[in-house]
Write a protein that binds this ligand. Structure first.
Ligand code: ADP
Ligand code: MG
Length: 451
């Protein structure tokens, strides 16, 4: 039986109405799409959806820049699907940088494509290529995948691109780097000379100023990053944690009520190690990283989506595009190396009006460097700590406790006082001491069995 979702989505009260500048564009949209839009509760398009709809429908090439979680997928899908004809071969190609993102876009595209009787095929690396070749014989109109696998299939003449009308590069600044840039351009060589191009992202890179040189097409830019207001309230915490205490901080965080998070690591080796330790401590965790088999990756993400685990330990493979509706938190176990990476990682929470928290772990030195790194993005960063089962801003902790903490060694446990805490951000679950002990023992038994 499916488990009940552990966390709730919190939305701004009038979130759907915050994003739109003008009235509904209903008369322009295919009526089936329009009905489905309403059924999903999407009464109006978001700003990026509104701005690129007409140009994409007219066949123009565009670059769409809009914040994480602002509805870019439908911004390109709906107008481009409207141009696709039934049984005329592959006409729309969507490229994404990760298997999970390509799978997610496929799922969304299928919902809308079936309304107009079109077939969507996912061509992701890691999945069974023979099955993909079989399905290609059934002549899908839309293909969505990762660049390497799509190029391989195009070169083997299994994926025929001569009828393609439009290409979408989602998370384009990420895709258009190094080998994936080469793969994307090679893929385009299998398509007709004139093809519509659409690039989307929440962040810019230099290549966006040279799209004409690289792709030989004029690209119209729609940048709504400053105006879009779809993002919910996101609180960014700096939690000072010595390196050796990070696992323990993760454990404490995982005990907060209605809490689940994506946890970003720098190194895959460290993830495995952390997962073992956390499991031993009774924390429900899963791992998502590039070296795993596709089924394992899928399972891990599904577990997070269903609320079956509280922590999904991952790398930047999960930083881009993933839409885990209502995800309460993102944790940076290792701080990101640049501000764009931070933008994408934290963009997994606080999407489309939902609120969220971001927890950055590091020692004093790391956090100081990190502040400088993201300075230009104007995030409000607050020092926070897990105190009596709640994640609080340091200034919310009673003065006398804070002072006593300051005078003690940082590694000592926080002194408990009976004083009531006001406005906790998140309240810890009730502890079931006995159960926890049982779990620990089980962990020990399990470890022994595996030795
Ligand atoms: P982005 O690609 O900009 O990060 P997504 O396309 O993943 O964002 O969309 C984020 C979420 O917003 C999805 O869950 C999607 O279903 C929802 N969404 C899309 N369009 C609208 C809309 N017009 N109104 C409300 N929610 C929407
Ligand atoms: Mg997206």
């Amino acid at each position: 039986m499916a488990k009940e979702r552990k966390f709730q989505i919190s939305l701004k009260p009038d979130w759907r109405y915050l994003t739109f500048v003008t009235g509904p564009e209903e008369e322009k949209m295919n009526s089936k799409f329009e009905n489905s839009f309403k059924e999903q509760g999407f009464t109006k398009p978001t700003l990026i959806q509104e701005q690129v709809y007409e140009p994409l429908k007219e066949g123009k090439s565009v670059l769409g820049l809009a914040p994480t979680g602002s509805g870019k997928t439908l911004a390109y899908l709906l107008p481009l699907l409207e141009q696709v004809d039934k049984a005329q071969g592959v006409q729309l190609v969507i490229v994404a940088p990760s298997q999970e993102l390509a799978a997610q876009i496929t799922e969304v595209a299928r919902q809308w494509a079936k309304l107009v009787d079109l077939t969507v095929l996912s061509l992701i690396g890691g999945a069974n290529v023979k099955r993909q070749i079989e399905k290609l014989k059934k002549a899908p109109e839309v293909v969505i995948g990762t660049p390497g696998r799509m190029l391989e299939l195009a070169e083997n003449k299994k994926l025929k691109l001569h009828n393609v009308k439009a290409f979408v590069f989602d998370e384009a600044d990420d895709l258009l780097t190094e080998q994936t840039l080469v793969a994307c351009r090679s893929l385009l060589n299998h398509a007709p000379g004139i093809v519509q191009l659409a690039f989307f992202s929440a962040t810019k890179s230099d290549i966006f100023d040279q799209l004409h040189q690289w792709f030989g097409t004029e690209v119209e830019v729609f940048d709504v990053r400053a105006e879009d207001q779809t993002q919910g309230e996101v609180e960014h915490f700096l939690v000072e944690t010595p390196v050796r205490k990070r696992i323990d901080t993760l454990r404490k965080l995982s005990n907060l009520e209605k809490f689940s998070a994506l946890v970003f690591f720098k190194k895959v080796t460290e993830i495995e190690n952390a997962a073992d330790k956390l499991k031993y401590l009774g924390v429900k965790v899963a791992v998502l990283e590039g070296q795993q088999r596709q089924v394992e990756r899928e399972k891990a993400l599904r577990q997070l989506r269903k609320g079956e685990i509280s922590l999904l330990l991952t790398t930047d493979v999960a930083a881009r595009g993933l839409d885990i509706v209502g995800l309460p938190a993102v944790i940076n176990y290792d701080l990101p190396k640049d501000s764009n990476t931070y933008i994408h990682r934290v963009g997994r929470t606080g999407r489309m009006g939902a609120s969220g928290i971001v927890i950055n772990l590091g020692n004093d030195h790391d956090l100081r460097n990190f502040r400088q790194l993201v300075q230009s993005e104007n995030y409000e960063l607050h020092f926070g700590t897990v105190y009596r089962g709640a994640l609080l801003r340091v200034e919310e902790i009673p003065d006398e406790v804070r002072e006593s903490q300051l005078s003690k060694s940082k590694t000592e446990p926080v002194q408990r006082k009976k004083k009531k805490i006001v406005s906790p951000v998140i309240v810890e679950k009730k502890k079931h001491k006995k159960r926890k002990r049982d779990r620990l023992n089980k962990g020990k038994r399990h470890k022994k069995e595996n030795q």
